[in-house]
Design a protein around this ligand. Structure first.
Ligand code: AVJ
Length: 358
């Protein structure tokens, strides 16, 4: 049975033109199917021809954008990463009990840097770590390789299966065995409510009865603290916001001048989301060569670049309920600024356990 599943999956990759590479304890499966550029063209065309112009937040993360985000996490104002790491320090051992008796996969959706997974692994006594397979899922091959290699240097008995894929689209390609899934950083807050429910449902769809899903969520708190986190005094968030235009310039042959835009970030009390925008300092005509499109932007007009939802417990619970998930553990910091929530799929019959994909 196991063999058949493995073979089927392998054949599947080849048929879809996907490949896998191996290097010691590290294996990378490539599911990025080259439609990345098409998707970007489509997203930017859509976003730039709406009344309220917008660019999806995922385009922040080119190499420079990822660097800038890491820098944001180190600014004194940006509390989420620090708070989540502190929660992980406190709760890793308890969470990792998942792997005490039985092994399984530790699947990290949108892996980025590996510091949060390190906290989890450190909560596990060394002898048990050999039973864990770490499965980072990310769209950047460079990030995936770098983070996997670093991790393997420090945790020698770990096995890593890197999956190069867009986790908003390709969850069904993930290994089907016993697993603890993670989605850190409150990245879920970047999704609209319907997108978030869809995403959670698709996670729910790949969960077995005993699997767990660990989700980071940034919570409501006094508005001054929230707004300061998105308007750091060093201006790193401003550079991060503007860099999305540099990314589009490079990728789609556009001629936006990031300096023509002001960084704007504020908390919308109606939606309980931080909104980030780029606000034009003058009238601008920008050319996006690869779309054959010229865009008019009036002085004072904004391009919407991100929402970052700040959750109430009620809103979070509503999302989980809508997705068929229920809370098995809820951990916060003393101030209740950030939550790490462990979820399970509800309404499931016990499956005849642990049949493993590849
Ligand atoms: C990575 C999505 C969690 O929304 O706080 C940081 C991105 N944007 N500063 C967030 C971000 C501006 C961040 N997430």
């Amino acid at each position: 049975m196991d063999v058949a599943v493995a073979k089927g999956s392998e054949i599947g990759f080849e048929m879809l033109g996907m490949n896998s590479t191996r290097e010691g304890n590290l294996r990378i499966l490539n599911y990025s199917n080259g439609s990345h550029r098409e998707k970007m063209l489509d997203d930017i065309l859509r976003g730039m021809t709406k009344r309220q112009k917008s660019i999806p937040a995922k385009y922040f993360y080119d190499a420079r954008g990822s660097q800038l985000f890491d820098q944001i996490c180190m600014t004194p104002e940006y509390y989420p990463t620090k708070t989540e790491l502190a929660i992980l320090d406190q709760s890793a051992a308890e969470i990792m009990q998942f792997f005490f008796e039985e092994g399984g996969d530790l699947i990290e959706l949108g892996s980025g840097s590996n510091q949060k997974i390190r906290k989890l692994l450190d909560g596990m006594p060394r002898p048990g770590r050999g039973r864990i397979r770490y499965v980072p899922v990310d769209i950047s091959r460079t990030c995936l390789l770098k983070s996997a290699r670093e991790l393997l240097t420090d945790y020698e008995d770990l096995t890593v299966l890197g999956v190069l894929a867009d986790f908003t689209q390709h969850l069904s390609v993930l290994p089907r065995g016993r697993k603890l899934l993670t989605f850190f950083g409150s990245t879920i807050g970047n999704l609209t409510e319907p997108e978030a429910v869809n995403f959670l449902r698709s996670v729910r769809a790949i969960m077995n009865r005993d699997d767990r899903f660990l989700l980071g969520m940034d919570m409501l708190k006094p508005i001054e603290i929230i707004e300061a986190a998105y308007n750091d005094r060093q201006g790193v968030t401003c550079d991060f916001n503007r860099n999305i235009l540099a990314h589009i310039d490079r990728e789609l042959g556009a001629d936006f001048d990031p300096e023509d835009f002001e960084h704007l970030a504020f908390f919308n009390t109606g939606t309980e989301c931080v909104e980030m925008h780029l606000k034009a300092r003058r009238n601008i005509t920008a050319r996006i060569e690869d779309l054959g499109l010229s865009v008019e932007i009036k002085k004072g007009e904004t391009i919407h670049t991100e929402i970052s939802t700040k959750f109430s417990r009620k809103r979070a619970q509503r999302l989980f309920q809508g997705a068929g998930l229920s809370v098995s553990r809820w951990v916060t910091d003393p101030k209740g600024w950030f939550s790490l929530i462990e979820l399970e799929a509800n309404g499931m019959e016990k499956r005849n356990g642990g049949s493993r994909g590849f």
